[in-house]
Design a protein around this ligand. Structure first.
Ligand SMILES: [Zn+2]
Length: 375
């Protein structure tokens, strides 16, 4: 999490950032800008982690020094965040720190997110998110403290275009007379809406669109998307990984597979044999290639749900809907049955490839699930 290696594509941007650090040319304020979904925030975070690292290599942070260990949980005492929030007086959520748990949760599950995703995470769908005036006092106070790790003090400002005017002016003061060894990383999707005085105090770091091949590869390796789909989605995404992710979650086949998977698991749990018969008929009606894809999908879901129990969100790659289902389903997948279910799925796949009647293959698999889920 939050390494350069986690950034999708952007090889030259990564190289430029690493070079800055290695040549000791770290600007005290940088403005990461570029189209939405290109990974500006993941890049800024990887750069911040690299800056904090006690033993950085030529390509990434070391991963083991005290600073890196704190970064793993996004709990580094010298790294501060400012981001737009919707104030909720009732819930006593008034400053960014009050939303820090949600912020960390979103960053660790989906580093490529949009403002809408963030509003969802805050449960504030119909609010106007801004960085409030009070936030500038918070940051001034934090930066007045000595760096705990003895290195840089870093402030990441996500969407500085949402800064309240009072806050923007105080931030400008900090940029004009920055405390020693302080670095500001501003990540903007609309740099022209930022105060020109702030713009002129920062060094621009342009982040281009992600190469299509890099998006396609990430979709395959991180999200288990099929080759042909990954290329089609990457092409439509136009260099934005956020858009690619939206495409997979809307991907019709994926949606259908998800429903079929959930349907079967519910039926097997409730021993609804008649429904299972119907379920197998539905699958038998699909083409052979799609049947194989569905079995691939089941294997992926099984793996994801098994891993979900380890509570390491960085190891899980599910859509929102899949993740939601996993919160209830994952406890049923454990060391006693995971290998057995996997084996049955592989058998089914083999039989489908060998032209065995799919109605029988899927019904047989469904019945076995009744037993296996109870294990
Ligand atoms: Zn390190």
């Amino acid at each position: 999490m939050f390494y350069f290696k986690d950034v999708i594509g952007q090889q030259s941007a990564r190289a430029r950032l690493i070079q800055e650090v290695q040549e000791g040319r770290v600007p005290h304020a940088q403005l990461f800008c570029g189209p939405a979904g290109t990974g500006k925030l993941p890049l800024a975070l990887a750069y911040a982690r690299y800056l904090c690292c006690a033993h950085p290599t030529g390509s990434d942070a070391c991963g083991t020094c005290p600073s890196c260990v704190k970064w793993n949980k996004l709990m580094h005492p010298d790294v501060h965040f400012m981001f737009p929030i919707v104030r909720n007086a009732k819930a006593k959520k008034e400053v960014c720190d009050d939303y820090l748990a949600a912020w960390r949760r979103l960053l660790t599950t989906h580093a490529y997110f949009s403002l809408d995703d963030w509003l969802n995470e805050m449960d504030a769908d119909n609010g106007q998110a801004i960085i409030y005036a009070r936030e500038s006092d918070e940051i001034t106070r934090k930066l007045s403290l000595k760096a705990v790790e003895g290195g840089y003090k870093i402030t990441v400002v996500w969407l500085p275009e949402k800064l309240h005017e009072v806050c923007a002016n105080k931030l400008l003061k900090l940029l004009e007379e920055p405390p020693a060894r302080t670095v500001f990383l501003l990540v903007s999707e609309a740099p022209d809406q930022i105060l020109t005085t702030i713009q002129s105090r920062t060094q621009r770091f342009g982040v281009p669109r992600i190469a299509e091949a890099d998006i396609a590869e990430a979709l395959r390796t991180r999200y288990g998307v099929q080759q042909a789909d990954s290329e089609a989605i990457a092409h439509m995404a136009n260099g934005s990984f956020t858009q690619a992710l939206q495409a997979i979650s809307l991907n019709e086949e994926n949606q259908l597979f998800f429903e079929l998977f959930v349907g079967l698991m519910r039926q097997a749990y409730a021993r609804k044999v008649r429904d299972m018969k119907q379920w197998s008929e539905q699958l038998a009606g699909m083409g052979r290639e799609r049947q194989k894809h569905f079995l691939d999908y089941c294997q992926r879901m099984l793996r994801e749900n098994f891993i979900y129990n380890l509570h390491c969100p960085e190891m899980n790659y599910m859509t929102r809907a899949e993740e939601n289902f996993a919160t209830r389903f994952a406890p049923f997948i454990n060391v006693r049955n995971v290998a057995g279910i996997m084996h049955e799925l592989e058998e089914a796949q083999r039989h489908i490839a060998q032209n065995v009647n799919p109605r029988m293959v899927f019904f047989d698999f469904a019945l076995k699930m009744i037993v296996l889920l109870k294990a």
